[in-house]
Design a protein around this ligand. Structure first.
Ligand code: FAD
Length: 448
């Protein structure tokens, strides 16, 4: 233990951990640090309904959604309920701070009230590539300069950027990472943080009825795929089921399917809100490679996880440029927003059946396959000639696996203003339909 750690632990601290995209107790270094700091004191574990505005509205968008889509809300609600149950098992509980109810002019919010009445000494958060979230943290630091902040890495395979500079393309990034790091080795497990056996208590001054998380119920208009249930318990169950099946050994050939559960891993919603640790996932993949088979398909799961990693660091480096029309290039595209065409796309009412089917799937389930996302984004940009940021914002509203860097990074990539050395990519919708839905089964399902 370092001197700093020893002195940290000697006083009776009131430590506040703000959960964001780390909604789990397994392999959660932020929770471990918060628990250690509060060892002789008290621990507040909070989720804030809306600390930050989702997207920086600095591009004057006419379309800015008021709240998350229903499927996204439902998945998040289930995730928080599961987290609350796990925290209660460990002797603490989740505090839910509803900042949405606060009047804009009010300087007192549930969070500021909690910090001030409980005399919080330390705040623990996970590193994030979310520009708006980081701005909100900065505002808190300015407001409470006496509070000590502790950051931990929980979202990525690498604790810091794995290359000295971020390469301009994914391929260069992948080659460097594979050359310089040992994560490819099947014989080396990544180190996982141990879940604390018991958590320090909530302060006695807080009543058990304060900030209680009350999951709301959703009606039948939301049709999450039944296997997509939020929470780490479900995430870990899915991890086991997936790696006990044969699916990983075929992933590379099946991953482009538009609508079949086992044809891609379906880890994204749990990875996105942190109910599943990506390090635990990679260790499980390595175990599968050792015990069952290591082939092109298992390599390709690693390859896709590296895309996720690349976009995370891309988001960190380019922060607010992630939301610029011109992206990270010098010139804005010539596309324009058009309300009517945008709404046709959004509602699945364009003249392209494959696009309509994908959008209907997204609207009712909150999920769309990777191939579907590529097609609807390509049509949005090319066939419909629209401003890509509106498409990205709509995805942000609807996707249960919404992740700021993966979403905005992929949209930039397809719009030709991001990390793609080849520039704008257009998919041939007719060919793609013949290839991925030759018998029209997917379109029949969503359009009838
Ligand atoms: P699999 O094919 O099984 O891949 C395994 C994991 O690798 C995924 O769970 C995901 O974490 C990661 N991954 C795969 N492809 C990508 C990729 N292209 N970029 C980054 N990570 C990837 N993914 C999100 O998690 N959140 C988003 O908000 C998001 N928005 C997207 C927007 C567009 C326009 C496009 C083209 C892609 C987007 N993706 C996003 C990436 C990808 O479509 C999803 O991660 C994938 O479809 C999720 O299904 P899966 O878990 O079965 O993926």
């Amino acid at each position: 233990m370092t001197n700093e750690q020893a002195s940290d632990e000697s006083d009776n601290k009131v430590v506040l951990m703000l959960f964001h995209n780390d909604l789990r107790v397994h392999d959660n270094q932020t929770l471990c640090t918060a628990a250690r700091l509060a060892d002789n004191g008290c621990l507040l574990l909070a989720y804030i309904s809306k600390l930050a505005d989702s997207v920086t509205p600095n591009w004057g968008q006419a379309y800015h959604f008021a709240q998350r889509g229903l499927a996204r809300q439902q998945f998040l609600t289930e995730s928080l309920a599961d987290l609350d149950a796990s925290l209660q098992d460990l002797g603490n509980r989740l505090l839910y701070l509803n900042e949405e109810s606060v009047h804009q002019d009010s300087s007192t919010t549930p969070l500021s009230e909690l910090i001030e009445t409980q005399q919080v000494s330390d705040i623990c958060v996970s590193d994030s590539a979310d520009y708006a979230q980081n701005l909100a943290y900065k505002a808190l630091q300015d407001r409470y300069p006496h509070i000590k902040w502790h950051y931990e890495s929980t979202a990525t395979l690498f604790k810091s950027m794995p290359t000295k500079e971020l390469p301009k393309s994914f391929t260069q990034f992948r080659k460097k990472v594979e050359y310089e790091h040992d994560l490819l080795s099947a014989h080396k497990d990544l180190v996982i943080s141990q879940t604390p056996a018991r958590l320090p208590p909530v302060p006695k001054t807080l009543s058990s009825s304060d900030y209680v998380f009350e999951p709301k119920t959703f009606d039948d208009s939301v049709q999450l795929e039944p296997n997509f249930k939020g929470g780490e318990e479900q995430a870990l169950a899915h991890l086991n089921v997936y790696f006990e099946s044969d699916a990983p050994s075929d992933y590379k050939v099946t991953r482009n399917a538009l609508d079949t559960w086992g044809h891609s891993t379906k880890f994204s919603p749990w990875l996105a809100n942190g109910s599943l640790s990506v390090k635990v996932l990679l260790n499980r993949l390595r175990q599968y490679e050792q015990e069952v088979v290591a082939n092109d398909s298992t390599y390709w799961i690693w390859f896709e996880l590296l895309w996720r990693e690349y976009f995370y660091w891309y988001g960190v480096i380019h922060d607010k440029d992630l939301f610029l029309f011109k992206g990270i290039t010098q010139q804005s595209p010539s596309n324009r927003h058009n309300k009517q065409r945008f709404e046709q796309w959004q509602n699945g009412e364009t003249k392209y059946p494959i696009i309509n089917a994908c959008m209907k799937q997204l609207n009712s389930t909150g999920y769309m396959s990777n191939r579907g996302r590529q097609l609807v984004a390509s049509a949005f940009i090319h066939e419909l000639g629209l401003d890509w940021r509106y498409g990205a914002t709509y995805f942000e509203q609807q996707l249960i696996d919404y992740d700021v860097s993966s979403n905005w990074g992929n949209w930039q990539y397809l719009a030709g203003v991001g990390a793609d050395p080849r520039g704008c990519r257009q998919f041939n919708l007719k060919k793609q339909t013949q290839q991925h839905d030759p018998d029209g089964i997917f379109m029949d399902k969503w359009l009838s």
